[in-house]
Ligand binder design. Structure first.
Ligand code: NFA
Length: 103
């Protein structure tokens, strides 16, 4: 090959198809027994809602029957649901959370 020959390697870009992880909603359900302050405490401790957002999520579930708390990957959603319900169970309250896949 002479001095001025250009050698070019074909630049094929490999773009593997990456599936986005499915996300799961954590839903809080109302009941007649768990104190409001306890629900708020759980929302702050487990879901890091802060004071004001925790209050609004609790009140929405209280008025409408349920409320989406947050959205996570499956593992995180299920771990937080278990953690929250273990706290409630230990305190003797029937508070319920569920993790549901998003459409
Ligand atoms: N309904 C409960 C009460 O009046 C409060 C509550 C809110 C419980 C949201 C569960 C979920 N003490």
């Amino acid at each position: 090959m002479g001095q001025n020959d250009i050698v070019s390697t074909p630049q094929t870009k490999v773009r593997p198809k990456i599936e986005k992880p499915r996300l799961y909603k954590v839903i809080l359900f109302n009941d007649d027994y768990t104190p409001r302050e306890f629900v708020q405490m759980i929302l702050q401790a487990v879901f890091r809602t802060g004071d004001s957002v925790g209050y609004h999520i609790m009140m929405t579930a209280h008025r409408k029957g349920s409320c989406v708390v947050a959205v996570y990957t499956r593992d995180v959603a299920e771990t937080k649901v278990k953690e929250a319900m273990d706290y409630a169970k230990d305190a003797g309250f029937p508070l319920m959370f569920k993790a549901e896949p998003e459409e």
